[in-house]
Design a protein around this ligand. Structure first.
Ligand code: FMN
Length: 338
C-alpha cells in the first residue's frame, strides 16, 4: 500500500507536492500555499537538520523482546505516541480536486482505526471548519482553531465544543498569517489575559486545552500561567516565520523548564519511528506528524493513512527494541548518544 499511495499522491498532488523520497522541504521552498516552507524554508529545513543531528545509542544486550508502544495524552489512550497534526486546505495546499471532507475523514478515520487520534485544522474558507465538524461528529478528533480577533473566536470555540471532542487546541502561532487579515478575517497574537479567558471558557465545559506554536521556555511558562493543559512545541512546519530553529533543538530546554507541569507534544520534520523515539528522548510525551499524513490521505484516503500509521508503529517498535526500551515511558535522554 505504501508505494501505491505515494504514486497516486504524486499524480494527484502535481503542482503542490512532488512526494519526494524524504519530505524535507528542499523541492518546495517558499511554496505556501502548497506544502512547502515559508520564504527560504529555513524553519522547515532546520526542523529536519535538528532531528538528523540527534543520534541514538544502540543496544542489543538486554531483555526487551516486544516493546509496548501504547501511551496516553491528556487521558486519551493511544496505541502509539503519534497524532495526526492539524492540517487544513486540501484543495489549495494539496490537490484542487481533493475535497476537504474526504481529506479530514481519511485522517481522523485512519488514525482512529489504528488506535490513535487525529487533529483538525481551521482557516478560510469556511469549508475547512465545516468539514472538520462533520468529521468530528463521526470520529474521535482534536479540533484546533485559529486565534481569531473578536467574536469569531467565541463562535468557533462554541462550534467545536458542540462536537464533544476529548480536547481543544489553538495554533497561537497562526497570528502570523497575514493572508487571513488580507481576507478580512484577522488573527492576532494572544495577550496572556485573553488566552486565559479562552482556556477558562473551555475548562468550564470540562475539556482540556492545548496551545500549539510554543518555541521558547518563556512562552511555555505563559501557557501554563494561562491554564493550558498541554503545549505543542512547533514552528507550524516552517510555514509561519522564516529562520526559526528546529523544534528538536528547542525542545530539551522547554522540557527542562516545564516537564511534569504540563503535557508536551512536538512536531516538525518527524518522518520515521526513529524520529518519534528521538523526540520522546528529547522530552516530548507525544509527537504530531503533518505532511507525510497528508500525502497518505490524498494518495490512499483512509487505507493510505492506516498504512502510514502501521509503518511508523513498526519502525517505532524496532527503534525501541534496539534502544532497549520496553515501554514508551522508558524512552529517555539516556538513549541519546552524546
Ligand atoms: C498544508 C498545511 C496546512 C496546515 N494547516 C494547519 C492548520 O490549519 N492548523 C494548524 O495548527 N497547523 C497547520 N499546519 C501545521 C501542522 O499542523 C504542523 O505543525 C506541521 O505540518 C508539522 O510539520 P511536518 O509537516 O514537517 O510534520 C499546516 C501545515 C501544512 C503543511
Amino acid at each position: 500500500m505504501a508505494n501505491t499511495y505515494k504514486d497516486k499522491a504524486r499524480e494527484l498532488m502535481k503542482g503542490f507536492c512532488r512526494v519526494c523520497p524524504v519530505c524535507n522541504g528542499k523541492a518546495c521552498i517558499g511554496e505556501v500555499p502548497g506544502m512547502g516552507g515559508l520564504g527560504t524554508a529555513a524553519s522547515f529545513h532546520n526542523n529536519m537538520s535538528a532531528l538528523a543531528a540527534v543520534t541514538l545509542n544502540m543496544t542489543a544486550l538486554h531483555g526487551v523482546t516486544a516493546p509496548d508502544t501504547a501511551t496516553s495524552f491528556l487521558g486519551i489512550p493511544l496505541s502509539f505516541p503519534v497524532i495526526a497534526a492539524p492540517i487544513g486546505g486540501a484543495q489549495f495546499n494539496m490537490s484542487p480536486g481533493f475535497s476537504e471532507e474526504t481529506y479530514i475523514e481519511s485522517v481522523l478515520g485512519g488514525f482512529e482505526a489504528e488506535g490513535s487520534i487525529g487533529c483538525t485544522g481551521d482557516g478560510v474558507p469556511a469549508f475547512i471548519i465545516d468539514a472538520a465538524c462533520a468529521s468530528l461528529a463521526r470520529h474521535k478528533g482534536i479540533p484546533f482553531i485559529k486565534p481569531w480577533e473578536g467574536k469569531e473566536l467565541d463562535e468557533k470555540i462554541e462550534r467545536v465544543l458542540a462536537c464533544d471532542p476529548p480536547a481543544i487546541g489553538m495554533d497561537v502561532d497562526a497570528a502570523g498569517l497575514v493572508t487571513l487579515r488580507k481576507m478580512g478575517r484577522p488573527v492576532t497574537p494572544m495577550a496572556p489575559a485573553t488566552l486565559q479567558r479562552v482556556i477558562d471558557s473551555v475548562h468550564a465545559k470540562k475539556k482540556p486545552f492545548i496551545v500549539k506554536g510554543i518555541m521558547t521556555p518563556s512562552d511555555a511558562e505563559k501557557a501554563i500561567e494561562a491554564g493550558a493543559d498541554a503545549i505543542v512545541v512547533s514552528n507550524h512546519g516552517g510555514r509561519i516565520l522564516d529562520h526559526c530553529p528546529g523544534t528538536a533543538a528547542v525542545l530539551p530546554a522547554i522540557a527542562a523548564r516545564v516537564r511534569r507541569r504540563i503535557s508536551i507534544a512536538v512536531d516538525g520534520g518527524v518522518r520515521t519511528g526513529c524520529d518519534v523515539v528521538k523526540m520522546l528522548a528529547l522530552g516530548a510525551d507525544v509527537v504530531l506528524i503533518g505532511r507525510p499524513v497528508s500525502v497518505a490521505a490524498v494518495g490512499g484516503e483512509m487505507e493510505g493513512v492506516r498504512a502510514f500509521c502501521q509503518t511508523i508503529r513498526q519502525e517505532l517498535t524496532q527503534a525501541m527494541l534496539l534502544t532497549g526500551c520496553a515501554r514508551v515511558a522508558d524512552i529517555s535522554a539516556e538513549i541519546l548518544w552524546k
